[in-house]
Design a protein around this ligand. Sequence first.
Ligand code: C2E
Ligand code: MG
Ligand code: MG
Ligand code: MG
Length: 284
Amino acid sequence: RAKNEGRNCSCFFEQAMDLEARKRHQMELDMREAVREGQFILNYQPLFSLEQDRVMGFEALVRWQHPLRGIVSPIEFIPLAEDTGLIVPISEWVLNEACQHARHWPESVRIAVNLSPVLFKNPGLPLMVMQALDAAKLAPNRLELEVTESLFIENVERTTAMLNALRECGVRIALDDFGTGYSSLNYLRSFPFDKIKIDKSFVNDLATDSSSRAIIGAITALASALGMETIAEGVEDIVQLEALRSQGCSNIQGYLFSRPVGIEHVDAMIANMRYIQHNDTTAP
Ligand code: C2E
Ligand code: MG
Ligand code: MG
Ligand code: MG
C-alpha cells in the first residue's frame, strides 16, 4: 500500500518527466533528419582589431533551421547533439562549410570554429580538421579552433595530447569563455594557447565594476607575458570598448561592432573594413 501511495505522489512528476523525455526523443529524431537534410546554417561574427583597425577574422556560429520551429539557437541544441553523438557529423559539416567560405576571403582574414569537448574523445579529430582544410585548400594557419575550459575537466593528458596533435596540423588554438572555469589559470599552464577569449561576463559590467576592469587588465598582461593574444567577447557599447582599450585589450567581438550575420554579408564587411582603413591612411 505504501508503495502505491508513493507511486501516486510521484505520478505528476513521472508524467512531466515522461513528457520531457519524449520531447528530447523527438528533438533527437528531428536532429538526425536535420543532419541528413542539411538544415544547419552558419552565421559569422567579425573579430575586430582596434590597433589595426580591421577585421582579423570571423567566428562561425551554427544555427539550426528547423522546418517547424524556425531558427534554433546552438545553446538549445548543442547539448543534445553532444549527448547523442550527433555533434560529430554536425561539427564535420561546420568545419567544412566554414573552410569552404573562408577560402574566398583575403589571406589576412581568419576563420574561427568552435569545437565541443566531446570531439576530443574521438581520435579522428585531427584528420577531420585536416580533411576540411585540404578540401577547401585553406592554409592551416587561417583556421582557429575555439575550445573551452571544460575540456580540461576530464583528462588533462589526453586533452593536451589532442591539442598538440591539432597544433601540429598548423591550426591556431583559442581558449574560449576564459575566466568562467574553476581553475582558469591552471589551464594556461597546460597548453600554450595562441589566443584567450575573455568571457563576456567580465565585459558586461566593465562600466560599473572596477574589479572586472582590474581582472581584464591582469588577464591581458598575463596573456601578453605568455605570448598569447587576447580578445574580449560580448562588447556591446563604446564605454566597454574604451575600458578594454585602456586595459590593453585591443581585440574585440560583440554587438557593438556587428551581430553574427549570414554569409551574404561577409564580403561587404571585409570590403568595408578595408575601405575605412584606406580612407584613414589617405586622408589629408
Ligand atoms: P561562444 O563561442 O562563446 O560564442 C559567442 C556567443 O555570444 C554567440 O552566441 C554570439 O552570438 C554571442 N554574442 C556575440 N556578441 C555578443 C554581444 O555583444 N552580446 C551578447 N549578449 N552576446 C553576444 P551563439 O551564436 O548563440 O552561440 C552560443 C554558443 O554556442 C557559442 O558560444 C558556442 O559555445 C556554441 N556554438 C556555436 N556554434 C557552435 C558550433 O559550430 N559548434 C559548437 N560545438 N558550439 C557552437
Ligand atoms: Mg566561440
Ligand atoms: Mg566565447
Ligand atoms: Mg561565450
